[in-house]
Design a protein around this ligand. Structure first.
Ligand code: CMC
Length: 391
C-alpha cells in the first residue's frame, strides 16, 4: 500500500468529502450548505437551520411545521430510562450522564440502530432531535435533584429547552423571550463545524455501521474535553479563578505564555481559524445586547475584556494567531442567561446535534468505508519469547 504519511492530529488530512459546511480559516468564513453563518444567525431559527444542515435545503413553512410535528412525536423517552438516571450520583457530570443516556437509547429504539431506508433515516433524525433534547435537560434535573419534566407540545423547541430545564413542579412556566432568542442564536452558531473532533468521532464510530445513537453518544464524549466543547466550562472556571485570585489578568497571560506551565488561556486559539472566529464575533455582539437587555452587570466580564484586549496585542498570541474562539464568549452569555456552568458543554451538544446527525447521514448515504487510520510502528523489533521463570 506504499509509504504511510504521518499526520498526528490530522492537521493536514481530509477524511471525507462533504456538502454540509464550508469553512475558510484564513478568511474567517463559515457557511452551512452555502448560507453565511451571519445570515443564518440573524434571520433563521434553530430548527430551520437544523433542517437545512440535515437535509440540505432551507425548509418551506410547511416543511418546517412538519419537521417540528415529527420531532414532537418522538419527545417521549422510555420510562425505564429513569431507572438508569437514578443509578447516577447527583455529583455526576452532566456530559457523562448525557453520553450514557444517549447510548442507553439504543436499547429502546432498535430501528435507530439499523437504518435501512429513507423513511427510517427520517424517523431516526426526528427521534434523535426529540429525545436528545429531553435527556440533555434531564442531566441537569438529576444534578439538582429535581423531578423530571416532559416536553410541552404547545411550545417550540427552544422554549421547551427552557421549560424542561427550569419549570417547577407546580404552576405554569413561560420562558423569557430575550433568553429564548439568545439561545436560539447560540444553538445555530454551534450547529455544525465540519470535521472537528466530535464530528469526526461520530463519523468514525458510524463508519463501522454502529447506529446513530451509539455514534452520537461517542460524539458527546469527544465534545466533553476541555480542548473542544468543554472549553466553554473551562473558560468560565478560569475567569472565576482569576477573579478569586484578585482579578490580575496579566498574571494569567504570563502563565499561558510560560512553556513550563501547562496552563492555557481557555477560549483562545483554534485549529482552523487563524484570523478570527466568525462565530465569536456574532456571539460577542449578541452577548453585549443580551447583557444590556437583561441588565446583567457581571464583574467577570471585566476580566474577560482585559484578557481579550491584552491577547490581541501580545506578541505570543499574535504570532501564533491565537484569537478568542466561540467558547470564550458562549460561557459568559450562558451564565447571564442563568444556565449553570456544568451544563455549558451540554448546551454545545444540543446545538451541535444537527451537525452530528447530518454528518452521520451523509457518511452512510455516501457509503463511506470504515475509518481505519494506519500508524508508523516505533516499538521493539521481533524478540525471542522469554519464559516466566527467566524474566
Ligand atoms: N493558550 C496558550 N497557548 C496556546 C493556546 C492557548 N489557549 N492555544 C495554543 N497555544 C500555543 C501552543 O502552546 C503552541 O505553541 P508553540 O508553537 O510554542 O508550541 C501554539 O499555540 C499552537 O498550538 P497547538 O496546540 O499546536 O494548536 P492546535 O491547533 O493543536 O490546538 C486548540 C487548537 C483549540 C486545541 C488550542 O488552541 C487550545 O488548546 N485552546 C484552548 C482550548 C479552547 O479554547 N478550545 C476551544 C476550541 S473552539 C471550539 C471547539 O472546537 O470546541
Amino acid at each position: 500500500t506504499g509509504a504511510i504519511t504521518l499526520d498526528p492530529g490530522y492537521k493536514n488530512s481530509g477524511s471525507c468529502k462533504s456538502d454540509i459546511t464550508f469553512l475558510d480559516g484564513e478568511e474567517g468564513i463559515l457557511r452551512y450548505r452555502g448560507y453565511a453563518i451571519e445570515d443564518l444567525a440573524e434571520q433563521a431559527a434553530f430548527l430551520e437551520v437544523a433542517y437545512l444542515v440535515i437535509f440540505g435545503e432551507l425548509p418551506t413553512k410547511l416543511q418546517l411545521e412538519q419537521f417540528e410535528t415529527d420531532i414532537r412525536k418522538y419527545t417521549l423517552v422510555n420510562e425505564e430510562m429513569k431507572n438508569i438516571i437514578d443509578g447516577f450520583p447527583k455529583t455526576a457530570h452532566p456530559m457523562g450522564v448525557l453520553s450514557s443516556l444517549t447510548s442507553a437509547l439504543t436499547a429502546f429504539n432498535p430501528k435507530v440502530v439499523n437504518v435501512e431506508n429513507e423513511k427510517e433515516m427520517y424517523e431516526a433524525v426526528c427521534k434523535t432531535m426529540g429525545k436528545f433534547l429531553v435527556i440533555a435537560t434531564w442531566t441537569y434535573r438529576k444534578m439538582m435533584g429535581y423531578p423530571l419534566n416532559y416536553y410541552d407540545n404547545t411550545q417550540g423547541y427552544v422554549e421547551n429547552f427552557m421549560q424542561l430545564m427550569f419549570k417547577l413542579p407546580t404552576g405554569p412556566y413561560s420562558a423569557n423571550k430575550v433568553v429564548v432568542d439568545a439561545l436560539d442564536k447560540l444553538f445555530i452558531l454551534h450547529a455544525d463545524h465540519e470535521q472537528n473532533c466530535s464530528t469526526s468521532t461520530v463519523r468514525i464510530v458510524g463508519s463501522s455501521h454502529a447506529g446513530l445513537f451509539a455514534s452520537i453518544s461517542a460524539g458527546v464524549s469527544a465534545l466533553w474535553g476541555p480542548l473542544h466543547g468543554g472549553a466553554n466550562q473551562a473558560v468560565l472556571e478560569m475567569l472565576e479563578d482569576i477573579q478569586k485570585d484578585g482579578g490580575d489578568a496579566a498574571k494569567y497571560m504570563a502563565k499561558a505564555k510560560d512553556k513550563d506551565d501547562p496552563f492555557r488561556l481557555m477560549g483562545f486559539g483554534h485549529r482552523v481559524y487563524k484570523n478570527f472566529d466568525p462565530r465569536a464575533r456574532i456571539i460577542k455582539k449578541a452577548a453585549d445586547e443580551v447583557l444590556r437587555t437583561l441588565g446583567v452587570d457581571d464583574p467577570i466580564l471585566n476580566i474577560a475584556k482585559q484578557l481579550e484586549e491584552a491577547a490581541l496585542v501580545d506578541d505570543y498570541f499574535v504570532s501564533r494567531k491565537l484569537y478568542p474562539n466561540v467558547d470564550f464568549y458562549s460561557g459568559i452569555i450562558y451564565r447571564a442567561l442563568g444556565i449553570p456552568t456544568d451544563m455549558f458543554t451540554v448546551m454545545f451538544a444540543i446545538g451541535r446535534l444537527p451537525g452530528w446527525i447530518a454528518q452521520w447521514k451523509e457518511m452512510r448515504i455516501n457509503k463511506e468505508p470504515i475509518g481505519r487510520p494506519r500508524q508508523v510502528y516505533t516499538g521493539e523489533p521481533l524478540r525471542n519469547f522469554v519464559p516466566m521463570d527467566k524474566r
